[in-house]
Design a binder for this molecule. Structure first.
Ligand code: PMT
Length: 410
């Protein structure tokens, strides 16, 4: 499991640093490539040479002192690692990491690292329980950093309480678990999500667009990633940062979205179309900026292909989920789209309701299943609604019959 994994250990200045020698040794024996960086304070407790002998690699302490090994050490070390373990982590380190302070090699490397970080704090009980330390831990946890809680017992300072570094075998087991193959609801599944609004050119300057911000679709894509899926997010216009850990394809027009969706359709297990796709495009967009002259301007529009309907015709085993942006007769119109487009379920939202639809961070939706069953949801964040949608897609793909609504009247 750990074979050929690149693990970077950051050792800070605590008496428990000696235990981390054993962690490094276990990782090395398990086949991992292990590199170690230490703060100057850490070298007061364990010699860098000890880690060097155990790992077979040079140990890094100084920001500018090891130039012979790497061009820009903190970036190279961050790029090297699949996982960074900080053990023991002092209260001082936690404070710096929580606030983005980068005043030595270790803290600078952490700032340049964007994958899994595991921190094992170890210190005196009062320092650990101090509200400042707890607040720093909360900040780090909220950012997705994994914290291995310290154990209770006799501490080096003579106190009995919480603050001991967990034993090397526990730290090793936690790392193994991080690399263990996922058993999440969508692991092994490939999901295609569309988001944002398409843009239909009038001329090189102007376009016909819509009010979609991309939020709903980006949340769905994130939720699918969290559920272990391999995700392709095809996005029209959106100001949002693309989420991590997925394949991101940016398009502009409905025709480009169609091409991108069709290219991947055969290889995916499910498609969730939350994008607001323009139903019409300008027949002949002008090659140059249209000059303001006449009092009126007539644009001839032609119908865009209905991407989802096309997928409904092509579908074999894929789960197909659509959205219906409605302003009246919500359930009736949405149900019509569900049937016409051959969907497994459709998410209907009244885009005129307050706190629902375009732009906002919440939505009010109903899920209509094939066969007519309806689930009505109260106002909730788009992230929560995304989770509900992903749970239902996973249930259909895993055929676990968790949502009886899916199986009635089919
Ligand atoms: O992006 P946000 O600001 O978060 O807003 C979210 C949202 C309001 C855009 C979203 O919740 C939503 O309702 N998305 C669907 C918008 C839409 O185009 O609805 P529709 O009822 O016109 O289309 C029905 C379905 O067919 C949709 O899944 C749509 O993606 C698809 N469609 C539509 C037209 C077309 N030519 N091809 C399509 O595939």
């Amino acid at each position: 499991m750990l074979d050929k994994k690149n693990i970077l250990i950051g050792v800070t200045g605590g008496i428990a640093a000696y235990k981390v020698v054993e962690v490094a040794s276990r990782l090395k024996k398990a086949g991992a490539n292990v590199r170690v960086m230490m703060t100057r304070a850490a070298t007061e407790f364990v010699s860098p040479r000890t880690f060097q002998e155990i790992t077979g690699n040079a140990v890094f302490v100084e920001m500018f002192g090891d130039a012979a090994h790497f061009h820009v050490a903190h970036v190279a070390l961050a790029d090297f690692a699949d996982l960074v373990l900080i053990a023991p982590a002092t209260a001082n380190f936690l404070a710096k990491a929580a606030h983005g302070i980068a005043d030595d090699l270790l803290t600078t490397t952490i700032l340049a690292f964007d994958k899994e970080i595991l921190i094992a704090p170890s210190m005196n009980t009062k320092m650990y329980e101090n509200p400042a330390t707890q607040a720093n831990l909360a900040i780090l946890k909220a950012r997705g950093v994994k914290i291995l809680e310290p154990a209770s017992g006799n501490l080096a300072c003579g106190v009995v309480g919480k603050g001991r570094l967990p034993e090397p075998e526990e730290i090793f087991a936690t790392i193994e678990k991080i690399f263990a193959p996922s058993t999440k609801a969508l692991s092994g599944k490939k999901i295609l999500v569309t988001a944002g609004g398409t843009v239909e050119a009038i001329d090189p300057v102007r376009y016909i667009g819509n009010r979609s911000s991309g939020r709903m679709g980006y949340e769905i894509a994130k939720s699918a990633v969290n559920a272990g899926a391999e995700v392709i997010l095809i996005s029209g216009k959106s100001e949002l940062e693309p989420p991590n850990d997925l394949k991101f394809i940016k398009i502009e027009s409905a025709l480009q979205m169609r091409e991108a969706v069709l290219k991947d359709f055969d290889s995916v297990d499910a498609v969730i179309m939350s994008a607001a796709v323009a139903d019409y495009r300008v027949k002949n967009p002008a090659a140059q900026k249209i000059k303001k002259s006449a009092d009126t301007l007539t644009l001839e529009l032609v119908k865009n292909p209905d991407i989802l309907k096309e997928l409904g015709g092509l579908k074999n085993s894929q789960v197909l989920v659509g959205f219906a942006a409605e302003t009246q007769n919500i359930l009736e119109y949405a149900n019509k789209k569900l049937v016409e487009k051959n969907l497994d379920f459709i998410v209907a939202n009244d885009v005129t309701a307050e706190g629902a639809g375009f732009g906002v961070s919440t939505n009010i939706a109903s899920i209509i299943w094939r066969g007519g069953n309806v689930e009505n949801f109260p106002k909730m964040s788009k992230a929560d609604l995304a989770e509900k949608i992903i749970e239902r897609v996973a249930s259909l793909l895993n055929n676990d019959k968790k949502f009886p609504a899916a199986n009635v009247n089919q």
